[in-house]
Design a protein around this ligand. Structure first.
Ligand code: SAM
Length: 281
């Protein structure tokens, strides 16, 4: 059996990327929840490692009464937070493992509610999940007020222009698509939370994907890069209007690193980019 052996930069077409990342996130689902669940919460909405909360940022507007689609939802904590604040939400993810984790969290929250252990949790916090690729959404045109993802889908597909087009398709005119992702500037730096992560080692302009592969050369994990300008062009090509690009600063008093995101680096270079897009009415 093949084992992951190598990280490299090489072309990774859409199908190879999707297959590798689906398997990778299936395998990673349980440990991702164990490692990051307490940071993210079960009914909370954090946009990225800088811990910018939707409660403070309000990038989606007032959730009450909105019909919302989350893509790349992981275990669905952002969707639960929106549901608890009055939105009708569906949480989706490519990975069966991630969806299963989300459904298990729903059940655990439901048990706490049924046992009377958590009076503060409304039954609405148990959100529905669907397994689907963010590039092929099984929803009708113009069926959502808002589509969003916090670090889902976008860097894990070869054809992120298709993600933008699908989000635009299922949004009603006047709706919003908001997504956070690794800040494009980070591509030039090693993924190291310490001082080594402060020196650029790679070209920001080199779009060759980052690929982890097994000893037979099969991709096991892939990330794709776009420059800021590439993202703007993808967004506008989908018929959306970019209304803001939020670059959260690392706040004082937050000393919890997340992989290569750390207080040291966060004070010097941006770690997260949040693109706020609007579909014209
Ligand atoms: C870094 S995790 C973020 C999960 C969640 N949004 C959060 O904040 O915890 C990335 C997620 O994107 C999902 N994903 C990757 N490629 C996808 C695709 N093509 N369509 C839908 N989801 C995808 C993964 O399965 C994973 O759950």
């Amino acid at each position: 059996m093949s084992t992951p052996t190598e990280a490299t930069r090489r072309p990774a077409p859409p199908d190879e990327t999707a297959a590798a990342n689906r398997t990778w996130w299936d395998g990673e689902a349980a440990s991702y929840y164990v490692e990051h669940g307490s940071f993210l919460g079960d009914t909370d909405f954090v946009w990225g490692p800088e811990r910018l909360r939707e409660e403070d940022a309000r990038l989606l507007g007032d959730p009450a009464g909105q019909v919302v689609l989350e893509i790349g939802a992981g275990s669905g904590q952002c969707s639960r937070w929106l549901a608890a604040h009055g939105a009708t939400v569906v949480a989706t993810d490519l990975s069966a493992g991630m969806v299963a984790t989300g459904v298990a969290v729903n059940a655990a929250l439901g048990d706490r509610l049924d046992d009377g252990l958590d009076d503060g949790l409304d039954a609405a916090t148990r959100v529905p999940f669907a397994q689907c690729d963010g590039r092929a959404l099984p929803f009708a045109d113009a069926s959502f007020d808002t589509v969003f993802t916090a670090y889902g889908v976008v860097p894990f597909v070869a054809d992120s222009d298709v993600v933008m087009a699908e989000a635009a398709r299922v949004l009603r005119p006047g709706g919003h698509f908001v997504f956070s992702t690794t800040h494009p500037v980070r591509w030039a730096f090693p993924d190291d939370p310490g001082p080594a992560g402060l020196t650029a080692r790679h070209s920001y302009f080199d779009r060759t994907p980052y690929v982890e592969q097994d000893d037979e050369g099969h991709a096991t994990y892939v990330e794709h890069h776009r420059t800021v300008g590439d993202r703007v062009r993808e967004i506008t090509a989908a018929g959306l209007v970019l209304v803001d690009l939020v670059e959260p600063e690392w706040p004082k008093g937050h000393d919890e690193p997340w992989g290569g995101w750390s207080p040291l680096r966060g004070r010097v270079i941006p770690g997260t980019a949040i693109f706020v897009c609007h579909k014209p009415a």
